[in-house]
Ligand binder design. Sequence first.
Ligand SMILES: [Zn+2]
Length: 407
Amino acid sequence: MRSANLSLLLRHLHDHGGRTRAALSQETGLSKAAVTSLIADLAERGLVQEGKIDRRGTVGRPGTEVRIDPGHAAGIGLELNVDYLAVSLRDLGGQVRFRSSVPMPLVDGPDGRSYPPGPVLDLAAQQLREALAAAGAEGLWVAGATIAPPGPVDYEGASVRFASNLGWSDVPLGRALEQRLGTDLPPLSLENDAKLSALAEAPRLARQGITDLVYLTGDIGVGAGIIADGNLIRGWSGFSGEVGHIGLDPAGPRCRCGRRGCWETLVGFDTVLAVLDAEDPARSGRLPMQERLRRIRTLLDAGDARLEDRFARLPEDLVRGAGVLVDVLNPQAIVLGGYFGAFADRLVRPVQEALDLRLLAQDGRVEVSASVLGLDAAAAGGAAVALERVLADPLLAPPLPAGAARA
Ligand SMILES: [Zn+2]
């Protein structure tokens, strides 16, 4: 009961911002005495603090605002992308305290690139260690870590079910990281990268009244995070959003998943890279993703005819798949992430116009926009999911040393 009430108050402050004890009592239905006692407990755990005086009320004396304390609890998100590994440490106030992104370790072989799980997991463990060290240096307690692989996950077994673009199936991520980090490993969860990206963008869109959205990640593969009526849709076995493998062309090229003419064979990042010279630095997986994108931007700005042509044709192919998603899901918004988001200036308007042209009714219009979190979206969503543990059960946060509480 106490844990549930602590959670109610902490989540209320987290979602709606600082307010007085009187307002908290009114808005949550808890008595003023209960709010006072619960806030004292949350403050002892470094989760809330006293804020500025609220002078908005004209009746009675002004109350002191209570707000989220960003200084003590944090969560870690780690994205395992085909192109990079990105880690993000965020505090309970949502601020980034540490971030790092490194190219994925890959092996060039006669059959093309491969991503052996061993070296990838070594690097993932190193990224986690760096984030944990950063948390330690800032006096932050880490509530948990969420790993975001580019494919559906087995939530109970903490493994990646299938990641066609890494050539992985049933890789036990959780166990492998436990072996590498031992007792240093914070409580771990797994969630697919596109689903976490959708969760990361959702609060911003919810403030605009958008509760139904599709987040599209554009990488070598294409995935979707689907939020319907404010809830993440995982599907029966976690395979929702594998939209890159929607079959659009039975005579099309063979996809890495084994099927033909999948949507990602038409719009995946490698369809952009393929127009460049084989030795172009943008095609090197050893270059950080941001630099590869910057290189493509520079070529586009210089009027590279091959890229101009590719980006002129891309919206049509994007709409072929996005139109299916709109018809099936009727979202209010489509958010373009990954490389789609990085070239939003080339994609958002034509995709919006083409989707508008195929509307069945005006109230079915979908708003197309670019992700504001860019390549950090999945890691940011992972950190938010890790912090969800302490929002759900504030008693997990250890009490601060005596005398350190600030409310
Ligand atoms: Zn496929």
